[in-house]
Design a binder for this molecule. Structure first.
Ligand code: HEC
Length: 519
């Protein structure tokens, strides 16, 4: 304590914002927007307005406040308190409060020199040079009639033999309208026939592909999601003479927009020892079937599926249509332990995604999977396609429903629990943010604080608080996995005595710290 002396404390205090001061754009709001919003809200992307500088944010201040208060933005459907996934994008309550305080306080800019730089977003492939590039054969024009469209394009792979792959990357051609994409694989002619039966390139089909392809879900994409590279030795096989089926969800647009999207395929660099397999949980597994939704009812369907061999889960994708309201899936191991898999409290057909676990999720043989899906077939469901409500059954079309949870898995191997599922190392030419620690907010008072930091590489980090004698007094994150880029964590200082503390982030090859006061 003596070593640091009064002088240092006075000097630090001068740097800290005064108690109760309104958050400012440069130090408090820009780090939030650039991390959580600008990936979609910048020119050419799906967000309807850009947030890339102070003036743009100020122009929409009250809207930003309201969509963050309601947690409508950023769009992230899985409940983060239930299970956390790669690419998770959620604001903390402290961040939402900071935005509110900033807007209510007149949106001060602060010192522009303290604003973090805009992250640089990759323009080409995010994971390297693809081995096979499958572009849409023609550009597709989405009419400017303000309606959604689900359009399927058939892309022949031209493969003369089966090919082992480690990653599939979807690159949206026109991000103003590319809302989500689902990629399947098929070797029959069914998709071509559906294509020929409709005018123009591709065919319009709501919900699915119009039939069940050999492999209904090779990959899924939604804005903000990074392509996943299967861990070494794990992958998928593209069949010879197969075609990829690209289902595009095009967002409504007031003016015609043209898209030509691309699928990049990355071959496995070593022979696969395990193939990623897809298992759908369907109405066939219902404990309270059949899957018939009577009019004027809200019903929760419950499925149970018993796993025959030890597996490791990689990702999952729930799927329902417009009556669907919520999902919950969990696993119960033979020893009684429960593993939470996914919970979606407000299912939104418009924001579907394929969610990758941060680490491979082992489940022993005999584990039971429980999947619950709730459907609202009453007149008070504004999305109900029937007025008055009618009996609804399984089907691919708008007015039909689905109960599907796809799970991608491999047979378990010892050590799987430590395998991180991630994007590859950053590629040359893409500037990643360096390792950096941002000023903690609020400081020096407030029970709940937010720490912002950026990481150059994915990895496990430890965040802890030390007193000035070097004694660890609180662990905030213990060897948790983080992806590269700007991150934030929330923590409470309730249990700490007044005084000066050192916040320290330690990871592979770095150790950074800053001082923090508790008043
Ligand atoms: C994954 C992409 C994505 C991210 C990330 C994202 N948005 Fe959006 N945002 C959209 C899209 C698409 C729309 C328009 C469609 C809609 O309203 O659902 C939108 C709409 C909005 C609107 C207009 C809402 C309205 O009622 O018209 C605001 C304001 C907004 N976003 C703010 C934010 C803020 C603030 C963040 C970060 C905290 C954020 N968004 C993150 C995609 C995104």
């Amino acid at each position: 304590m003596i070593r640091y002396g009064i002088g240092l404390i006075v000097c630090l205090l001068a740097l800290l914002p005064a108690i109760g001061q309104t958050p400012n754009y440069s130090q408090d709001i820009a780090p939030i927007l650039y991390t959580h919003c600008t990936s979609c809200h910048r020119p050419g992307e799906i967000g309807p307005m850009p947030f890339t500088n102070y003036n743009e944010a100020v122009a929409y201040g009250s809207m930003i406040k309201s969509v963050t208060q309601s947690r409508y933005m950023p769009p992230w459907k899985p409940d983060p308190a239930y299970r956390s996934f790669v690419d998770e994008n959620v604001l903390s309550t402290a961040q939402i409060q900071a935005i509110k305080d900033w807007v209510d306080g007149g949106m001060p800019q602060g010192n522009p020199a303290l604003e973090p730089p805009l992250p640089s977003f990759p323009t080409g492939s995010q994971i390297g040079v693809p081995d096979l590039v499958l572009p849409m054969a023609q550009a597709f024009t989405q009419a400017g009639n303000n309606t959604d469209q689900y359009r399927i394009f058939v892309l022949p792979t031209g493969l003369q033999q089966d090919k082992e792959i480690k990653a599939i990357e979807f690159r949206a051609g026109n991000k103003r309208i590319a809302h989500h994409a689902i990629i399947g694989m098929d070797t029959t002619n069914q998709a071509n026939m559906l294509d020929q039966a409709q005018a123009g390139y591709g065919y319009t089909q709501y919900g699915g592909f119009g039939f069940t392809p050999n492999e209904p879900l090779l990959a899924g994409w939604a804005p903000g999601m990074s392509p996943k590279v299967y861990p070494q030795g794990i992958g998928k096989v593209l069949w010879k003479n197969s075609k990829l089926l690209l289902q595009m969800h095009y967002a409504p647009t007031p003016i015609p927009e043209t898209d030509s999207s691309v699928i990049n395929i990355f071959y496995a660099n070593a022979p696969l020892t395990r193939q990623a397999t897809l298992t759908p949980i369907t109405p066939q597994h219902l404990l309270n079937g059949p899957f018939v939704i009577q009019p004027n009812t809200v019903k929760t369907f419950r499925a149970r599926y018993t796993i025959g061999i030890a597996v490791s889960l990689l990702n999952l994708l729930p799927h329902g249509h417009l009556l669907c309201k919520s999902w919950e899936a969990y696993a119960v191991k033979p020893n009684g332990d429960t593993i939470k898999l996914v919970k979606i409290n407000d299912w939104d057909f418009n924001w579907q995604g394929m969610y990758s676990f941060r680490n491979m999720q082992p489940l022993p043989a005999g584990t039971q999977l429980f999947v619950h899906g709730t459907y609202d077939n009453t007149a008070s469901n504004p999305l109900n396609p029937h007025s008055p409500p009618q009996i609804v059954r399984w089907g691919e079309n708008t007015a039909d429903e689905m109960f599907l949870l796809y799970l991608t898995w491999v047979p378990y191997q010892v050590g799987d629990e430590n395998i991180v599922i991630s994007v590859n190392e950053p590629i040359p030419g893409v500037i990643m943010p360096g390792n950096k620690i941002y000023p903690v907010y609020p400081n020096p008072s407030g029970d709940h604080r937010t720490l912002g930091f950026s990481l150059e590489k994915a990895g496990k980090i430890k965040i802890a608080l030390f007193d000035l004698n070097g004694k660890e007094v609180q662990v905030i994150k213990n060897q948790e996995w983080y992806s590269p880029g700007i991150q934030t964590v929330d923590f409470s200082v309730n249990s700490l005595a007044k005084g000066m503390y050192l916040l320290r982030i330690v990871g592979d090859g770095f150790d950074m710290s800053e001082k923090m006061l508790v008043h």
